[in-house]
Design a protein around this ligand. Structure first.
Ligand SMILES: Cc1cc2nc3c(=O)[nH]c(=O)nc-3n(C[C@H](O)[C@H](O)[C@H](O)COP(=O)(O)O)c2cc1C
Length: 482
């Protein structure tokens, strides 16, 4: 089944008609107001009044050196984050707090054998240089560093996956061939990982970052722990136990790094993993009822894991507020096991499946998840995700959601890879450069799934000119049904 992508909808009215057909609760502003409208309204972040409602999500490139040093590609990406004009640079990219917690051999990490301070300074300098280039030097902005441990999805070397799991997940174990006897990370090992989050936060603070994001999303360690209902001991079972390590990390950072803000990017709900149907390649949740009640996710209905359940996610947001956290970035699910929702796309990544529904439903899922949860913690500044698939009509939906008070800040992920200055153009009221708009080809996900650096191969000349571009094209050709 083919779905008309937003870029093929010629007028805003055509888009709005389709958007309303997805749900009559969904809206978009017909008239854009640029910086004079809701997207240009100032907001206080990290004690600073910043002048717009765009964030750049963390976007990694799988392109650091084996010892964690940023490469020219990493530096260029952060430069582009600066050029975007977004007032909030949420995390830059996932920075692993220890080597075995890397999701790939090209991930930045806290390498005790390197002067990581110099690396983080160099990345920050690129953001500043990008902003200078756009004549934004005098305008306040906020920069954070996203701290992570990849847990089940750890793959620190080219040898392949080296999962560190916190509970046994029957569906993912079968999917990834994980030995049912694989020992869980012990509580003591989790405590040590927690200490490394704090160590990394100290370096971030020393280097001038305004906040750190204690990452709880996309199936990585702290996200998986939120759903560890079956784990025995102090870090599993009850909500209190499943949030214990996160709480300890946040409190320890607060105690050791006074003045550094802590924020959290969280997959606010999970869904049962999807897999391609063997005949059609369309994503399905076949067998979803084989493990009921479902005890293997966070914010998912135990009686029907195809649906979210926002009771615990709302409790989690209230907990963030209690802990003194002021900013949250809401994502959903995981790029590994339900990419059609986590990053809605016309073209699936090589390890994905054909969309089981119009990808606009995935965008709507994000929008609705934010709306459903944020009332639980009204003081939190909330960043929304999953907007890039909207393409030409992203500004209309973004302005509507902010104007209505459904979300405070709109985050951009894939769009910033192909069109870094997208926010600057929207705020200035300039027409969008259609050739730069992300068309969700998913090369930025397919490439790293095959050990290649990530980037926008189809639309960014920098990547199109690399030898890797030919390899990505070959990989895609092989995947095409004959
Ligand atoms: C190439 C690539 C790298 C990403 N890296 C990160 C990351 O380091 N940390 C993170 O939290 N999310 C990461 N994401 C997820 C994005 O931040 C974002 O949630 C997702 O792309 C959906 O937003 P979008 O529709 O604007 O692209 C990545 C996504 C892609 C495609």
């Amino acid at each position: 089944m083919e779905y008309t992508p937003p870029g093929r909808m010629r007028t805003v009215e055509d888009f709005v008609e389709r958007w309303h057909a997805i749900g009559d609760d969904l809206g978009a502003d017909i008239e854009l107001q640029g910086a004079a409208g809701p997207l240009g309204r100032s907001v206080e972040l990290c004690g600073r009044r910043v002048g717009n409602r765009f964030a750049i999500h963390p976007m990694e490139g799988w392109d650091a050196a084996a010892d964690g040093a940023p490469s020219e590609h990493t530096l260029r990406r952060w430069h582009n984050f600066g050029r975007s004009g977004a007032a909030l640079i949420w995390g830059g990219e996932a920075f692993a707090v220890q080597e075995d917690g890397r999701a790939n051999p090209g991930q930045l990490f806290l390498n005790p054998a390197r002067d990581v301070t110099t690396d983080l300074e160099a990345l920050r300098a690129q953001v500043i240089a990008g902003r200078d280039e756009m004549e934004l030097a005098g305008e306040p902005y906020v920069l954070g560093l996203q701290l992570t441990h990849s847990g089940r999805f750890a793959r620190p070397t080219a040898e392949g996956p080296a999962p560190r799991i916190v509970h046994h997940h029957p569906v993912l174990a079968a999917r990834y061939g994980i030995d049912p006897e694989l020992p869980l990370l012990t509580d003591i090992e989790l405590d040590a990982i927690g200490e490394n989050f704090v160590a990394a936060a100290k370096v971030a603070q020393r280097t001038g970052y305004d906040f750190v994001d204690v990452k709880c999303c996309h199936g990585y360690l702290l996200h998986e722990l939120l759903g560890a209902h079956t784990r025995p001991g102090a870090y599993g079972g009850s909500f209190e136990n499943r949030t214990r390590l996160f709480r300890r990390i946040v409190e320890a950072i607060g105690a050791t790094c006074p003045g550094l803000e802590v924020a959290c990017r969280v997959s606010i709900c999970d869904l049962h993993p999807f897999a391609p149907d063997p005949k059609t390649r369309i994503g399905t949740v076949a067998g979803w009822d084989a493990h009921l009640p479902y005890r293997y996710g966070f914010g998912v209905d135990p009686s029907d894991p195809r649906r979210p359940d926002f009771e615990e996610p709302r409790r989690f947001l209230a907990l963030l507020q209690e802990l003194g956290i002021r900013m949250v970035n809401l994502s959903v699910g995981s790029p590994y096991y339900n990419p059609h929702v986590q990053r809605p796309a016309t073209y699936p990544p090589s390890d994905g499946y054909l969309p089981p529904e119009d990808p606009l439903h995935g965008v709507a899922f994000h929008v609705r998840a934010v709306r459903a949860c944020r009332g639980a913690a009204p003081d939190l500044i909330t960043v929304g995700s999953g907007y890039s698939y909207l393409q030409e009509w992203l500004p209309q939906v973004a302005q509507y959601e902010v104007r209505k008070g459904h979300v405070d800040i709109v985050g951009l992920g894939r769009m910033v890879l192909s069109y870094p200055d997208f926010p600057a153009d929207v705020l200035a009221g300039r027409p969008l450069r259609r050739k730069a708009i992300c068309r969700t080809f998913s090369d930025c996900t397919t490439a790293p799934r095959h050990g290649l650096i990530s980037g926008c191969y189809p639309l960014d000349d920098h990547y199109a000119a690399l030898p890797e571009a030919t390899r990505v094209a070959d990989i895609k050709k092989k995947l095409r049904p004959s």
